[in-house]
Design a binder for this molecule. Sequence first.
Ligand code: ATP
Length: 226
Amino acid sequence: MSEAAGALGILGGTFDPLHIGHLRLAIEAREALGLAEVCLVPAGNPALRDAPCGTPKDRLAMVERALASLPGCSVGPAEVLNSTANPAPSYTVHTLQRFRALHGPQRALVLLLGADAFARLEAWHRWHELFDLAHVAVATRPGHDIRVGAGDTALDAEFLSRKGTAADLAGVPAGRIVPFAITALEISATAIRERLARGLSVRHLVPDPVLDYIESHQLYRTPHGH
Ligand code: ATP
């Protein structure tokens, strides 16, 4: 595919379950950064956290249902589909390598992260290589500052040397870090799972098709989701 295809946003996540914070991030990233499309990529076996409560199949199904009526957004199922045959952790560097191979060396790829995920980036597998494969755009999230440090950690140094604006994204395929603001929604999948385990409503915190899926499959009904 050529550069003319427009920048492609990639939003990885556990999506356990998908909630409206994820959807607003995808929608507002597309608008603020001028992305042609945003692809949501549910992790197969997330590396740096406890095993998800929802199975890969359920988490993928919820993302698919939520996106059915959302123009400009698509689902990347490969990590979930691979995880059934392969229990190895899913690493973002491999996801980006796959997208780069699919879309060619010229297309701008933009990895979308919330501020909390960006703050932990140094713990990610081969994190330095992410900037060779894609731009990184960091969305505001309540309770988490976007790092604007003094360059005293490796991530600070990357931030200071790579920091750019939305206008920088289309010109090159990878390598910039672009902070951007989205509607502040203090919503997390953890809080949603906790509400469900206590028998409380999550209506309007998750899209209706996700709520229907959770109810019909009786997900997240115990504190550990099992
Ligand atoms: P959990 O509570 O289980 O850790 P989560 O709500 O953080 O889950 P993830 O699937 O881990 O959801 O998040 C995927 C991506 O979406 C991450 O980059 C995260 O920072 C971002 N994100 C999730 N919720 C929000 C939100 N409310 N505002 C901004 N970014 C968000």
